[in-house]
Structures are given as structure tokens and as C-alpha cells.
Design a protein around this ligand. Sequence first.
Ligand SMILES: [Zn+2]
Length: 446
Amino acid sequence: MGRDLNSKFWNEELETMPRGELEKHQLEDLKEIVKFAYENAPYYKRSFDEAGVKPEDIKTLKDIQKFPFIDKKTQRDTQGKGSFLGELCAVPEEDVVFISTSSGSTGVPTMSPFTKKDFDEFQDTESRWFWQIGMRPKDRYVHALNFSLYVGGPDVIGAQNLGALCIWGGTLPSERLLFVLKTYQPTIIWTSPSYAWQLGEKALKSGIDPKKDLNIKKIIVAGELGGSIDATRKAIEDLWGAEVYDFYGLSDIFGACAAMCEAKDGLHIAENHILVETVDIHTGEVLEPGQVGELVFTTLRKHARPLIRFRTGDIGWIDNTPCSCGRTHGRIHISGRKDDMFIVSAVNVFPSDIEAVIRDMSGITGEYLIRVFEKDFTCKYSVEIEKNSDNPKSDEEVSKEVSDALKARIGVKPYSVVVHPDGGLDTRSEHKSRRIIDERKLDYVI
Ligand SMILES: [Zn+2]
């Protein structure tokens, strides 16, 4: 009660806690959760015993490094085993009030259970992110994310608990969503970056200027990398005349585990809930903050299914230096999915690097498709783009321009750049786009 609307913090004490104190709390929670997992989840009992580690071995935060990793495969292999909730689950089913599942885009969907307390703390964290980007009770908010099994769906409750007027948009067709935006004049919307872009373009084509006819001041994006690519974020901001903030979530943990603040320099992660490590993607060796590697998360307070050293498959780095906003929780910078990274002439290439180049160039629409393939026993990539209808240059000139820009930014030239007319690429799917086709993997699909 009596929350100060002018305060920039949802929970000032927590968000600005000196790191020494924050780490003290993390250690207490870590000791508790590792013990709880060992005593209640059959998988952890077995894997800790096999690795010769015990909960009492945790004396400092670094001691987590002695414990074995888990990953998506562990989740798949243990789910449904022993009980409906599987061997990673540490509470009886009657304590579970909610489950979400992953999309299954990289295999069998995995289920993430929450106790009532887990769920309430999840929503408090979401309120904190909404407050952080400036949402206040007077805002009208459209939650345009999928509600079907998706962990991002319930995040709308965090906005509602904050006091905003919430419109549960879900995956409305774009015509109806535009009707909602025009009629109810909401101030904030959350969707994917590609959909934010497409929706803005669709609005223009149907005679609605997002800057003049709509009242959107802030756009939250998540689910794809675009929000962390400066050129993409700025393109969406220009189209809408709104501020864009990137959120990062995991179906295995929270709808948003980390979120940008006004500094837009990385995403603050809820370190009171998650202990972050980065490790070498090949050797698993723990890296220092600032070094790029695979993000590994340990959940500190989720009791239904604790995750101890979960390899997220996301590549990025941790920044624990002070942020200008005053928050002390560290920031993560995401480069991409490990699965999407490919290697050309010994260079690690992320689709996000290619997107950054494409979105930064004038005379092309910003849509793109990447193909990764093998030729003469080496990995190559090609890029397909769309030329603006008013671009006077020839296709050959545009192709060369894009190719040169990619070489300059990434270090390796694409095998080819195919130029399509505006609207010629079939990448404008509703809400979620797939823009990379790995033809090397297609060989194995019957
Ligand atoms: Zn900040």
C-alpha cells in the first residue's frame, strides 16, 4: 500500500542491494535449494551421488562449480519418470498449481511446474520488470503473447498486480489487434520483435499511422533476439514512435528472467532468483564475467522443479559493473542460441550479427532469410533480402552492397546474396518468424 509512483524501483531495497549483501542472500538460498533438490528430487540424489558431491559442499557461491550440469536432454529424459512430474520435480503433485511447456521447437516439449509460492514470486518478478520500464497503474497494457501453455502468457498477471489496465490480447489476428490499439488507445504492448515490426507495417498499409493514430509509448519484445540488436530495436522505435525494451525469458524458469532498464545496455537479471554462470560451450569450463560463453542458470528459489546448473543453450556474457540506473543486479548480453550459431572459415557466425547488418542498411526492407549449407565439404551461408520498391539501384549493386557489409561486420563473405522485390520473401508469419534454414540438418530428415 502507498507505493510511491515516482520511485523508479518496484522493490528498491532488493534492486539496489549492495552486491556483497545480494551474494550473501544468494548463498543462503543456494544452500537451501541444493539440499532441498537432493532430498526431494530423485534425479539430483542420483546425479550428486554419482558425481561424489553433497549439499554440504556448498560453502561459497563458487562451490556450485563442483556440481554436474543439466540441460534440455536431462529434462526430456526425466520427465514422466517416477511420477507425472518426473524425476527433477521435488514436490508432490498436490503442491503444483501451474505448468507451462516449452514450444518444442528443438525437440519434445518440456514441462515446467510451479508451486503457489513459485508462481507468486514469478509474478512479483514480472511486476518488477514492468515497473522498471516505466509501467504504472494509469497505463493501459496489451499482452499480445500466446496463452496456450506458454510461460510468457501469465506474465500479464504481473502487470495486473502492478495496477495497470490489462487487455489479454493473446494471439489475436492483426486486424483485430489493430482495432484494439486504435479503439482502446493502450500505451504499452508486449509482443515479439518481428511481429512488432510487421504489425507497424500492416498498420501503415491499412491507413493507420502508429505514431499519430495510436498511443503506444513503450513496446516490450521477447522470444527472438531482435530487441537486443540495436539496429532492429531502433527500426521498431522509429516505426512506432515508441521506446522498445528487450525482455529475456525461459520456459524452464520465468516468462521474463531478465529485462532492459532505461539504459538499454544489457538486461538486468533477477539475481535473487537465478545464479548465473557462463561456461565454454565445448569444454564446460567456467568463464569470467565479460567472457562470452553459454549461460548456465541455477534457480535459487523455485521449489517445484529446482534447476541446478542448467545449460540454457543461449550464448552471451555477464556484466556485473554498476548500471547508470542504480540497480545492482548484473546484466546479461545475449548473442544468440547455441543451436543457431554456425562456423564459416573458423568464424562463429550468429544470425543476430547478420540481422544487425541487414536492419542497418537503407534501400532494403529489413526482411531476410539465411540459408546455411555445405559445399565442397565446407560450411557456407547465403542471405536472401528484399529491395525497396523505390530503390533505383540494380539487384547486382544491392547484392554487392549487402555482401560487402556482411564481410565487414562478420569477417566472412556470404556465398551469395539473393535480391527479391518488396514482399517477395515469405518470412512474415504472425507473431513468430523463422529466418534461418540449416540445409545441413535437412539431409537427415526423411
Ligand atoms: Zn540498469
